[in-house]
Design a protein around this ligand. Structure first.
Ligand SMILES: [Zn+2]
Length: 468
């Protein structure tokens, strides 16, 4: 009992996905060494009073576009990682649509080299695919990437659309064989193209949604579910936006398909009515939909069908967003606002949940869910001895008005500006090091994540051969 730990955090409310308990965490060599009751508090070289606030595992944002390399006029890794830790996030998984495109293991290595020494958070990558050029995937193994990211439709910053059946068949087969999940931007390009042919250029959010309608997303889900059935590939559908997608994916998961899905904080927060005044700021891909869709997304939060919530932090410069509606690129920043928007949304849309239950939902959707899905759970996602000491102390009762001056994204704006949100991350700790403490940042010593070699569930394992 005489051991002195590197860091001891005490007087906290420790949050798990299904419980909250009082006590503290002792950290040694960057790992959680001990979870204790305060009556048995050990000594530490550094001791931190959590002040009765909630202590969560460091949050994982499995869907970000930090724009490095090649798009640094929109965002850069240093500022984005500051925004992340100020929002309680200690790990991000970055998307491949940078310049150059992250479409090979070599490109992942290049990106890691660029980022090293500039990141307050730990990081991993989703690898991209260029249509007709699948050769780089031949050397891909589980340890290289969180997933293979497919854009089934495209836009300004996502030009590599995989829409040919032959490419899709090859990728689904290869991913199943290698036991690497696919993450999907699942909107059918042909369907959306059809609408663009017939409708005039949009000049507001409603007319934009009319040319990027739910039918595009529903058609894409139907198409990929056939491929899942055929090959047993494990898929994670990104930024699900409509009631019908949730219905389809929930049903497929119940039937044993290895299918998970996420939505974003902005789709949980906005609907067409509340977003319309924001103009191009909430021009997004997929589009913001109706309040009925938002209600269904919250039901998937409540019933546990939703695996994770991503920020889809995809900043553009204010100049780019100032273009007229048809021209402005889709996407918005939001990594720093992810936790407060989710917490405030839980309060507003699921008022029947208790305070502890809201925090448990956060841990489920922003820590355990993504850690389990992307094979990080041997290191991250929970307050368990042996895992990385990635922690965040959150004052859930403190409110703040979102102002651009308090945001760290290089893009310098937020769709939430002017809103009052609940929830302030006070202290963020990565691998036992304080990386954010009430406005003061630590050292940018984040590193690449390690993926667990554990096999992911496939269709065959879940419910017999998909080929009969
Ligand atoms: Zn995205």
């Amino acid at each position: 009992m005489s051991e002195i730990y590197d860091l001891v955090i005490y007087n906290g409310r420790l949050v798990y996905k299904d419980a909250v308990r009082s006590g503290g965490i002792a950290v040694q060599d960057g790992k959680i060494a001990l979870v204790f009751d305060d009556q048995e508090r050990p000594r530490g070289n550094q001791e931190l009073d959590a002040g009765g606030h909630y202590v969560l595992p460091g949050l994982i944002d499995s869907h970000v576009h930090f724009r490095t390399p090649g798009l640094e006029h929109k965002e850069n890794w240093e500022s984005a990682s500051k925004a992340a830790v100020a929002g309680g996030i200690t790990t991000v998984l970055d998307m491949p649509n940078t310049h150059p495109y992250t479409d090979s293991v070599d490109r992942i290595r290049e990106k890691e080299t660029l980022i090293q020494g500039h990141s307050l958070v730990d990081y991993g990558f989703h690898i991209g695919v260029v249509p007709g050029k699948l050769l780089p995937l031949e050397v891909l193994r589980q340890e290289h990437a969180a997933s293979i990211k497919l854009f089934l439709t495209g836009h300004r910053t996502a030009r590599n659309v995989i829409d040919q059946d032959a490419d899709l068949e090859t990728i689904f087969r290869l991913a199943a064989h290698r036991q690497i999940p696919l993450t999907l931007h699942a909107e059918d390009d042909a369907v959306l193209h059809l609408y663009r042919q017939v409708h005039k250029l949009p000049d507001n959010l409603a007319s934009y949604e009319a040319i990027a309608p739910r039918s595009g997303a529903i058609a894409a889900i139907a198409r990929v579910l056939r491929l899942v059935r055929k090959y047993g590939t494990s898929i994670h559908v990104l930024h699900v936006s409509s009631e019908e997608e949730v219905d389809l994916l929930e049903t497929a998961a119940s039937a044993g398909y290895p299918v998970t899905f996420e939505t974003t904080a902005h789709q949980l927060w906005f609907d067409l009515d509340s977003a319309s005044a924001l103009g191009t700021k909430t021009k997004l891909s997929p589009a913001i939909r109706s309040s009925r869709d938002r209600t269904r997304l919250w039901a998937a939060v409540k019933n546990g069908a939703l695996t994770s919530v991503g920020s889809d932090h995809a900043p553009h410069s204010q100049e780019e967003k100032a273009a007229d509606f048809g021209e402005a690129p889709p996407g918005l920043p939001g990594v720093q606002e992810l936790l407060p928007v989710l917490l405030t949304g839980l309060e507003r849309f699921l008022p029947e949940l208790s305070r502890d239950e809201r925090l448990s939902k956060v841990v489920s959707l922003l820590a355990e869910g993504p850690a389990n899905r992307f094979r990080l759970n041997h290191r991250k996602g929970s307050l368990r001895p042996g895992l990385d000491a990635d922690l965040v102390i959150v004052d859930d009762q403190q409110t703040w008005q979102v102002e651009a001056k308090d945001l760290h994204s290089f893009s310098g704006w937020s769709p939430y500006e002017g809103l009052t949100l609940s929830g302030v991350p006070l202290v963020t700790i990565r691998s036992g090091q304080i990386v954010f403490d009430r406005g003061i940042f630590g050292k940018p010593e984040g590193h690449s994540v390690n993926y667990a070699p554990a096999p992911i569930a496939t269709f065959e394992q879940v419910s017999g051969s998909p080929f009969h």
